[in-house]
Design a protein around this ligand. Sequence first.
Ligand code: AMP
Ligand code: MG
Length: 402
Amino acid sequence: MSLMAVSEALHRLLASASAEPLPETETLKLEAALGRVLARPVRSAYDVPPWDNSAMDGYALHTDDMEMATAQGLPVSQRITAGMAPEPLARGTCARIFTGAPVPAGANSVEMQENVHIDDQGLAHFAKALNPGQNIRPQGQDIRAGHILLEPGLRLKPQDLGIIASVGLDTVEVTRALRVAVLSTGDELVEPGQPLGPGQIFNSNRFTLIGCLQRLGHQVIDAGILADEPEATRTRLQTLAGRADVIITSGGVSVGEADYLGQTLREHGELDMWKLAIKPGKPFTLARFAGTPVLGLPGNPAAVLVTFLLLVRPYLLRRLGVHEVEPVKLEVPAGFEWPRAGNREEYLRARLEQGRVMLTGNQSSGVLSTASLANGLACIQAGKTLAEGDQVLFLSFAGLFD
Ligand code: AMP
Ligand code: MG
C-alpha cells in the first residue's frame, strides 16, 4: 500500500474537523479567557484613545501663537495631568501637560519639555516652531467606535485581551472547551507508582497526551488504560463516545494480531486507516465510533508526541473554529548531516541553538528522552538528504505546545 503524504492527511483531518458542529459558546470574564477561541466578533463602542491626548511631557499651545511662543514666550495658564478634564486653552497662553493627559480645546500641538525654557517671570519660551498635530495622539487613532476589532476563530493572546479591555468590555464570548478522552491501550501497561511486573512498562503516553491537551486548554477525560481485548475495547469506546467530543487513543492501531483497537474500529465503527508517510507515526488513524471521532495514535512514545503536535493539535484547533492551525516552520541552517534519504517525511527531535539546529540523539520512535532534550522538531522531507549547513525546517515547541 502506498503511503499518504502528511500534507494530504492534514488536509483530510482539517476537512473532517470543519464538518463537525462547533461546540456551543460560553461567556467568560476576560481574566479567564486567555487561549480560548473567540466565537463572536468583538466590536468597539468607543474610540481609542477616547480623546486627543499628549504623547509627551511638555507644553500644549495653538500653532497660531507660535511666533509669540518662540519670540517673547507664553504664560502657562493651566497644568494638566493624566486623568484630568482640562479647561479650554486661553489664546495667547500655553498649558503644562503630561503624557496621556487630554489636550485642551484650543490647543493643537505639544512641544516636549526639553525644548521649552521657563524664564524668571514664568513665561514658556519655545526653542522652535511646531506643526499642527505634533506630539498629539488623536482620538480614535488605535480603534474607531463601531468597528470590528477581532474576528471569530481567533485564539485569544494576551494582547487580544488587552485590546478587548481597551474598549471597555469585561467579558467575551468563546467556544466551549472540547471534551477530549485519552485512552492508553496495551496489556503491557501499568501506571507509574505501581510495581513493574514481568513484561510490563509504565504508561507514559497518558501523561504526554494529557499534558499536550492541558496546554491547549481542553477538558480532559482521563480514561486510563484499556486491555488488549475486543469486548472491553468495544464497551469502553461506547461509553467514551457518549461523553467526549473526540477520543484520542495510543497504541493498538498497527496491523498486529493484538491490535484490537484497529480491529474494533473497523468492525464496529468507521475506520479510515491511512498509513502515513511520516516518521515516526506511520499507523496514525482517523475513525468514528458511535458518532464520535477517534484519533488513533501509535503506541511508541515519540510517535505519540510527533503525531499529536503535527496532526491532532491542528485538528482540535479547527474543531474550535480556529483558522490558523498550522505551526510556524522556520528555515534554519542544519548543524548536522542527513546522508540517507528516507521514503517518509521525518520529524527529528532537535534543538535550535545559536542559529543552528542540532539533533538531540537517538531518533528511534520508542525513545522519549531525546524529546525531553529537544526544544523543537527538525523536518526532513521524503527523498531528501542534507549536508551540514543546508537549510532545514524547524518547528519550535514554543509554537507547538500552545
Ligand atoms: P502498539 O502500537 O500498541 O503496538 O505499541 C507500540 C509500542 O509502544 C510498544 O512497544 C508498546 O509497548 C509501546 N506503548 C504503547 N502504549 C504505550 C504507553 N501508553 N506508554 C508507553 N509505551 C507504550
Ligand atoms: Mg499495543
